[in-house]
Design a protein around this ligand. Sequence first.
Ligand SMILES: [Zn+2]
Length: 247
Amino acid sequence: MNAAPEDQLRLLDVQELDSTLDRLEHRRAMLPELAEIEALSARNESLADDIVRAETEDSDLGREQAKVDADVEQVRSRMQRDQQRLDGGQVGSPKELENLQSEIESLHRRQTELEDAELEVMEQRESIQNRLDLLRKELTGVEASLAAAAQRRDAAFEEIAAETEKAMAQRQETAASIAEDLLALYTKLRASSGGVGAAALHRGACQGCHLQLNTTDVNRLRDAPADEVLRCEECRRILVRTAESGL
Ligand SMILES: [Zn+2]
């Protein structure tokens, strides 16, 4: 293939711009904020689940507490009524008196049991509510970190987009005047050679594979016409001669 030496040199500029665009794309995909946001989102989700579970537990305990309270109240008023009957001297027979006293005793025991249960529910609730406070505090922190990371990500995206736009415009302008067949070969090689389709020959070394050419190859390249499109014998990339090629 033949191409004007200026086209070949311009191809090196296109290569540089394409490499810049590749780097920008890689930077965008590997932005540390993306991994950070993913981890924070997962934590956020798991905290929200924990909070819902703790809130459910708390409201279950609230209902249990209300039920024990009502039971305590019931036992208390029953005891009061019994005591009034006892104090009022309305009880006739000794048998009836004995029954009443025994009932009051059993109500006392029941009251103690219920009060213990009430205390236990209150302690459980307190521990759940402490846990809820901690979870909500952590959630607030995670949400703030998420917002900050999203802001940093968006700023980086914006910067990358601006640089990409600039490089793309330059690439289009530089590539516009290069012969189509040379550009097509470059595009094919670039796709199959890790993003580098054209490399400069620098002091006798291919800048694509960084191998030093042997004397025979150097001699052959020296004699080649300026408009011949050269290829590296090692990596097959387009080899472009420059003032620093060492030929
Ligand atoms: Zn090479």
